[in-house]
Design a protein around this ligand. Structure first.
Ligand SMILES: NC(=O)c1ccc[n+]([C@@H]2O[C@H](COP(=O)([O-])OP(=O)(O)OC[C@H]3O[C@@H](n4cnc5c(N)ncnc54)[C@H](OP(=O)(O)O)[C@@H]3O)[C@@H](O)[C@H]2O)c1
Length: 205
């Protein structure tokens, strides 16, 4: 499948590597494509070109840059497509991480409101770039998703399962509130114990 990635940071590059490895055609979109001229894993183009290219789109800018990234990518290029939202609404300031929205709203819901004609699926946000397409690093961990559109979630689940993830569907996009809060747990634990590769496994009886 053709996949466009909106954003060109650590998460975008990690996802591109995994998607190319599992047989997808990927185009990364950057505000300044020349910043990745030495990076050869996938083509890098403008945000708009990546958004036009992708049958499925992945949103991976900073939360602060989310709205601008969507504007630059061209809102209509998202219409009718599955859009995977990877963003976490987390601010780092004076050595402190904070969730800047939560409980009553989430980045996933913000994206769905910004793109009402797209099918938004929250995914990948609870793990770091080194794990996103390499679940074997945290053998037995789960990948959690949320979204309002079952066919879009099935499409994203196929992409995730090709990496080897066990997918746990939480339900509607409002469940992004809990997926994004989980990241604070990962950060707190990681900072206290000096570890980066943390992931969750849901046990059911
Ligand atoms: N790192 C993690 O462990 C992790 C895990 C899960 C989810 N996430 C989420 O994934 C997203 C990307 O994280 P990252 O680690 O890849 O961050 P990063 O390396 O800092 O990359 C940030 C990206 O956001 C873009 N950006 C920043 N401000 C922008 C603006 N005003 N308009 C348009 N684009 C803008 C940057 O573009 P330029 O290069 O042009 O500035 C860059 O492509 C974030 O929302 C983060 O919360 C991160």
């Amino acid at each position: 499948m053709n996949i466009g990635i909106i954003g060109s940071g650590n998460v975008a590059k990690a996802l591109a590597e995994g998607l190319v490895r599992t047989g997808h055609a990927v185009k990364i979109g950057a505000r300044n494509p020349s910043k990745l001229e030495d990076w050869k894993i996938a083509p890098v183009d403008t945000l708009e070109a990546a958004a036009r290219f992708g049958e499925l789109l992945i949103l991976a800018p900073s939360f602060a840059g989310l709205e601008n990234a969507i504007e630059l990518a061209g809102k209509t290029n998202f219409n009718g497509k599955t859009v995977v939202d990877v963003t976490n609404p987390i601010r780092f300031d004076q050595g402190q991480f904070d969730l800047i929205i939560g409980t009553t709203d989430s980045a996933g819901e913000v994206v769905q409101r910004l793109l009402p004609q797209s099918h938004v699926v929250k995914a990948f946000n609870t793990v770091g770039p080194a794990i996103m397409t390499h679940p074997e690093v945290v053998d037995g961990a789960d990948m959690f998703i949320a979204g309002d559109h079952d066919a879009a979630k099935a499409q994203v689940s196929q992409v995730l399962e090709a990496f080897g993830w066990v997918v746990r569907d939480l339900g509607g996009i409002e469940n992004s509130r809990w997926l994004e809060a989980m990241v604070m747990m990962v950060i707190s634990y990681g900072m206290k114990h000096g570890v980066q590769n943390n992931a969750f496994q849901l046990k059911t009886a």
